[in-house]
Design a protein around this ligand. Sequence first.
Ligand code: AMP
Length: 274
Amino acid sequence: MIIIETTDELIKARDTLEGSVGFVPTMGALHEGHLSLIHQAKAHNERVIVSIFINPTQFLEGEDLDKYPKKIEADKEICKRAGVDILFMPTASIMYEPDELVIMAPAIMGYILEGNRRPGHFDGMLQVVMKLLNLTNPTNAYFGKKDAQQLALITQMARTYHLRTHIVPCDIVRSPQGLALSSRNLYLSPEEKQKALALSRSLKRATKMVMNHEMDALIIKNAMEEILESQTEIEYIAIVNRDFHPLGRVEVGNTIILVAAWVGATRLIDNLWI
Ligand code: AMP
């Protein structure tokens, strides 16, 4: 595995790779969720590039940019063992110049759910993903369904800007208890980890209801709220179609149920694709 820190070196190294290239962009503090993306990239491509970059432009004022978990040595080891060919670890000054041209999330997607709670977050995310896709020019790029809105926006950006990369959605990896893996879980105390299970429990409850033919979004949301409210501070529970338009009734094969909630000082998100 080679470790690269500059864009010029990355472009050069990328150009020497022959055959299909899989790319997995991350912010590091790697866990089994990231690893499942890397394994899929490995399985379906001749070469694999992983990036680790805590992208400042997608953090809002007052968010956890400065204290975002860093595990550089462990991450390098994980990538090496997973058979990654190139690990790209740039700094912010390598990635950005002052006053850049930016891409903006479209109005509806940019303003609802995560876009509403974190204004500007998606613009910064799209900015860095576009850069990374251009630098690595991958055949396939792997993104988790855990960040469902992010995945939808990246898919749309690839379409709008005629990118040649195939965007591959990957299933959410969970702890045995059900907690969706996230680098931010490192912030949780053991007691908070227990409380955080309410997110996946509420989604399991929703699954059961749908399996029992309860399709009414309001009834499902109320049942989820009951599970969440004693353990967390709920930000939103939403039932939308795959284009993120709100649904009054669940449409099997075209629905995402999303939840965002605070457990102590940690903001967690989770979702379920039906
Ligand atoms: P992050 O490092 O949090 O920016 O995540 C990098 C990529 O890993 C994104 O595409 C995430 O959606 C994905 N990811 C994060 N957590 C999980 C998980 N538990 N299961 C599957 N993919 C995940």
